[in-house]
Design a protein around this ligand. Sequence first.
Ligand SMILES: C[S@@+](CC[C@H](N)C(=O)[O-])C[C@H]1O[C@@H](n2cnc3c(N)ncnc32)[C@H](O)[C@@H]1O
Length: 231
Amino acid sequence: MQSSPAQLFARIARRYDRMNRLMTFGLDLRWRRLAVDRLKPHAPRRLLDLAAGTGDFAREATRRLPSLKEVYLVDLTPEMLAYAPPKNPAPNRAVWHLQVGDAHALPFEDDFFDAITVGYGVRNFADRPKALREMYRVLRAGGVALVLETGLPHNAFWKALFWGYFRFWVPLLGALLAADRAAYTYLPESTAAFPHRDDFLYLCRQAGFHSGTYMEWLGGVSILYELHKPA
Ligand SMILES: C[S@@+](CC[C@H](N)C(=O)[O-])C[C@H]1O[C@@H](n2cnc3c(N)ncnc32)[C@H](O)[C@@H]1O
């Protein structure tokens, strides 16, 4: 029987950070940092880190954005959120609110956040248009949303190499180190099924966002989408 995202992430929560570091050779941390730096000119005070998981994105945001006063970490899986609290690097400056919640029905009023980050989360949302509309709703006019996602390279040679790694070695690592091959088979499969680049931006525009752009790292293995709500 197939697991729901919450069941899957509950199973791997304990090994999630270690697997990320190993699978990406530590690059996932760098990609989150580069993403957060895009928010610096906007000096957000209140941030939603949606699908926050174990809090790595919230940690980088809190570390690198001195303007932040409040960070809401929202995730469907309490077992993932349980690893987040000790990661707040500035508890006296930025308060972290941890909330179990669903991206499809966010428990916040309209225009509540200055910025939103979603790291490797949108891929898992069952109804992406609905979740994007919710993100748009809770973001204030003039606010920015960043979506960091896995991607597939453009270059045919690099794509073949990467796909071999992603489809064979990553599930094997998952089996050996997280005792969960299925969870790490889901990762390449959900990446292949995700609407990348302009296809994803199209969905974002349908939800109301404008001037959506994206940038890529490692030849398209990692993609950062930057979305704006009209002022
Ligand atoms: C791959 S993890 C990403 C965690 C973290 N953002 C990061 O950068 O490492 C994906 C997270 O999305 C969460 N998730 C999946 N579906 C969700 C939903 N509908 N609403 C909120 N969170 C969800 C999972 O529980 C999981 O913690």
